[in-house]
Design a protein around this ligand. Structure first.
Ligand code: SF4
Length: 467
């Protein structure tokens, strides 16, 4: 889609927002957006919430209270389906009490035909069903539903459109996710994302920086650049721009104190990127680098395009060039065909890379992916492998966390400590959590905090200075 078409589409959607606003004016209507899944979904939900606010809806305090209730779904793991169907079941009673309530479902699950069929068949009271590619059309879909009174289903198989400049309601005042690209071209054999999020599309760098500048002007101090594989950012754009170049520019936006990014694929993390991070303290000393498996044989089956040794080599380079960096990862236990020997290889990588944290998952079979057709492993064996990986990674991460004990670090205040209202919770650049007495600080402040007591995966500390 060209820049002009993009502008036309965003103007069209704003027009629909005005039309819905006319219908809702003065009625005190409320909305709720419930998000399942990753940060990309969180960001999409912010856009839906932003449109709803523009259309005159206020945030509800519960799902039941909402006049428009949106479920933004995830399909990465099997049990996500069950959670959604459970929620939709409960919606029936909401609709019985309040007939005019609008229930909308969107997100990755809706890109799977069998899901849409099931909702049409068993949950016919759902009003709007849309997918990942046409989220920007939400205002139009809602208007059509209100206007026609009939169920609206609009799922696009794919798109090359990126529509900018629509409203967004930020969940946090001090930090914000910024999409830099959509989709993924990697086709890891276990992953459903390329099928539901479509081909890789990078956003225009000028638009991205403009969005960061606007966020900074609103008081945002930390941004997280989001993409399924940020290292391949820039492919297909007219401007020659790499992820490293974009990151550097993002870090130079006045008012931005910290820049994070998610997620890096190990196969194309460049030396240029390592240098940019090393040279720029505003860029977080934290790289999330999904390993998935330490076995060359399994990595090949997963279609990951790197080897055990090349991964370790990359992690060594990162640690050497960026002192104090933390490296976290994702690991899948129980991929089809995995043997004890393969698990040993994964454990070996954990010990050698010394991960600062890891999300460990049992392999989840997603129909439509190549791995779903491979011979699946016995559940007991999978559980055993998972436990071994988890135990090792937890021990190593705990040891890694203790390396900061006694240091004074820069901490961004994120909110009240859930267990103690007299304390705040914040995060250091390495992504470790610290709790400390509030004193005169406020949420969004950048503070100097001493890390006094290591509690395993987090610290207790105290403020020793501001800024
Ligand atoms: S890089 Fe692989 S695991 Fe990540 S989203 Fe793309 S296909 Fe899925």
């Amino acid at each position: 889609m060209t820049g002009t078409n993009n502008e036309k589409e965003s103007a069209r959607q704003r027009d629909y927002m005005d039309r819905v606003r006319v219908l809702t004016e003065g009625r005190g209507l409320k909305y709720m957006v419930v998000t399942f899944g990753c940060q990309m979904n969180e960001k999409d939900s912010e856009k839906i919430a932003g449109s709803l606010q523009k259309m005159g809806y206020e945030k509800a305090s519960s799902e039941e209270e909402a006049d428009v209730l949106v479920y933004n779904t995830c399909t990465v793991r099997e049990n996500a389906d069950k959670r959604l169907y459970g929620r939709l079941g409960v919606c029936k009673s909401y609709k019985e009490k309040k007939k005019e309530m609008i229930i909308a479902v969107c997100g990755c699950m809706m890109q799977e035909e069998h899901v849409v069929e099931r909702i049409r068949g068993s949950y016919a009271y759902v009003d709007i069903i849309f997918g990942t590619h046409n989220i920007f059309r939400f205002a139009e879909l809602l208007f059509n539903r209100l206007d026609s009174g009939s169920q609206i289903i609009d799922i696009w198989k794919e798109t090359d459109e990126i529509v900018e400049d629509l409203p967004s309601a930020r969940k946090y005042s001090f930090k914000s996710g910024i999409n830099i690209m959509y989709g993924c071209d990697n086709f890891c054999s276990y992953c459903i994302v390329p099928y539901v999020r479509g081909r890789e599309r990078s956003r225009d760098p000028v638009e991205i920086i403009r969005e960061i500048e606007r966020a900074a002007a609103d008081g945002v101090v930390e941004v997280m650049l989001l993409g399924q594989n940020v290292n391949s950012y820039g492919k297909g754009l007219d401007t020659r721009v790499s992820f490293a170049m974009l990151l550097k520019e993002a870090a130079s936006v006045p008012g931005i104190r910290r820049v994070r990014f998610m997620t890096s694929h190990p196969k194309d993390l460049s030396d240029e990127l390592i240098d940019v991070i090393a040279e720029n303290e505003i860029i977080a000393r934290h790289i999330h680098l999904p390993l998935q498996s330490g076995s060359d044989r399994i990595l090949k089956e997963m279609n990951r395009h790197y080897s055990k040794e090349s991964y370790i080599g990359l992690a060594d380079r990162i640690r050497k060039e960026i002192p104090d960096v933390s490296i976290t990862t994702d690991i899948i236990a129980g991929f089809p065909g995995e043997t004890e020997r393969d698990v040993e290889d994964t454990l070996d990588v954990i010990e050698r890379v010394r991960f600062d944290g890891a999300f460990t998952f049992e392999y989840s079979r997603r129909s439509g992916t190549p791995a779903a057709d491979m011979e699946q492993l016995d559940k007991v064996f999978v559980q055993k492998s998972f436990d071994r990986v988890l135990k090792t990674v937890q021990r190593v991460s705990r040891e890694q966390a203790s390396r900061f004990k006694g240091r004074t670090m820069e901490v961004l205040v994120e909110g009240e400590d859930e267990k103690d209202p007299a304390r705040y919770t914040g995060r250091i650049s390495q992504n470790l959590v610290v709790h400390f007495p509030k004193e005169t600080a406020k949420v969004g402040d950048m503070l100097q905090v001493t890390l006094d007591e290591c509690m395993g995966f987090y610290y207790n500390g105290k403020i020793i200075g501001h800024g």
